[in-house]
Design a protein around this ligand. Structure first.
Ligand code: NAD
Ligand code: GLY
Length: 366
């Protein structure tokens, strides 16, 4: 059953992001696609082990052949080295330009399969079927697809929009708790950026809402998609306002790379980064103290980390390797208030260091 639908549109593209209870109705969506030669499903064995049967039930009655390609789970496999094997398997399956890829999984599968779709025979169509909360609210929406190099995350990528996004929320029932935090951190980010009712609603969310049946969770997923769809529709290529979606990511990415992507999940790192951004916002552009406390309270209720454990100078070094640097300053997305953002704000390295030192080991407000 369809629960909600939002539209992402821009120059040359328009597609729905649909939230569904389960995979019922997926077959009709596939049948509506024009001139499909075959479906290539890209997933991993963990997801397939639980949910493949539901997907196959929808596909097998369609008179179009399908083939499943299994890739290994995990960020380290969203890697350029893994592409060749997948491309070869597609060639062996006589995959032509009328084939449609179905990315069935979390953000790793979505980014990887999307990149395969963007580049195979100069680009073929693809569909996102997100199975993690993060993928539902963030990575499946907006067409950023990428693979990693040893020298950096998402270093090789493209903008390639899906035909549609079909989010079957029942898959969230098997998400490990850490994966919930990943998605929740991105929802919180969207709520801080969006403000208004979304922020108020999220401030009433509890960990007991980490369930696909929760009304407040469904509302938050839909609001996140609505917010992201609006921003992407204004600026697909991140020439301007799309940069706000990186709120919390300057510190978050630096912590992830400093800890070699093994100590924290992306969401945990983003959560710490949100706190850095809000502390800087208070200092630099007057984000109100009581709102900072409200933000921290929301994050605490949802079990998101607030303080940092890593060495602040080392975090700064990793920020400086990132593309958000400009001379002696580092660029941040900041908030004047909930719902009132500024992007590309240059901040002196020394001030960032001071704030990170304050945030290190800082638990009393959190
Ligand atoms: P993930 O894809 O690695 O999934 C996390 C784990 O959960 C994996 O082990 C996966 O096999 C498992 N899993 C997936 N669905 C499941 C389910 N329903 N039940 C049980 N287990 C399940 O992680 P993620 O957080 O979904 O995605 C992270 C990736 O998303 C990163 O690579 C990040 O760069 C990318 N990302 C992309 C964008 C974008 O705009 N393209 C935005 C945000 C993040
Ligand atoms: N996740 C950031 C973006 O899609 O732009």
């Amino acid at each position: 059953m369809i629960l909600q639908s939002r539209t992402v549109e821009g120059t040359g593209f328009q597609y729905p992001v649909e939230l569904h209870e389960d995979l019922a109705g997926f077959r009709e969506k596939l049948e509506a696609l024009k001139k499909v030669s075959r479906f290539i499903i890209i997933t991993n064995r963990d997801i397939a082990g639980i949910y493949e049967k539901y997907l196959i039930k929808e596909i097998r009655s369609i008179k179009v052949p399908y083939h499943i390609i299994y890739v290994k789970a995990g960020e380290k496999n969203k890697h350029i080295d893994r592409l060749k094997k997948v491309f070869h398997e597609m060639v062996k399956q006589d995959t032509d330009r009328k084939a449609v890829i179905i990315a069935f999984g979390g953000g790793v599968i979505g980014d990887f399969a999307g990149f395969v779709a963007a580049t195979y025979q100069r680009g073929i169509r693809f569909i996102q079927v997100p199975t993690t909360l993060l993928a539902c609210v963030d990575s499946s929406v907006g067409g950023k697809v990428a693979v990693n190099l040893d020298l950096g995350k998402n270093m090789v990528g493209a903008f390639h929009q899906p035909e549609f996004v079909f989010a079957p929320l029942f898959t969230l029932s098997t998400l490990p708790s850490r994966e919930w935090s990943c998605g929740i951190a991105e929802i919180v980010k969207h709520a801080f950026l969006s403000g208004g009712d979304f922020l108020e609603k999220i401030s009433r969310m509890q960990r007991s809402d980490f369930s696909p049946e929760s009304e407040i969770l469904r509302y938050s997923i839909d609001e996140s998609v609505r917010f992201k769809a609006k921003i992407v529709s204004q600026d697909e290529r991140e020439a301007g306002v799309r940069a706000i979606l990186n709120l919390g990511h300057t510190t978050g990415h630096a912590i992830e790379s400093l800890t070699k992507y093994s100590k924290y999940s992306h969401g945990e790192a983003v959560a710490m980064g949100l706190v850095t951004a809000l502390l800087l916002s208070e200092r630099v552009i007057g984000f109100p103290r009581e709102k900072l406390q409200k933000a921290i309270h929301i994050m605490k209720s949802l079990g998101l980390p607030r303080s940092i454990k890593e060495n602040p100078s080392k975090i700064i070094e990793h920020m400086e390797h990132d593309k958000k640097r400009d001379g002696d300053t580092l660029n941040f997305v900041l908030l004047e208030d909930f719902g009132k953002y500024k992007f590309g704000v240059p901040i002196e390295r020394d001030l960032v260091l001071e704030i990170l030192k304050f945030q290190k080991g800082w638990d009393e407000l959190g």
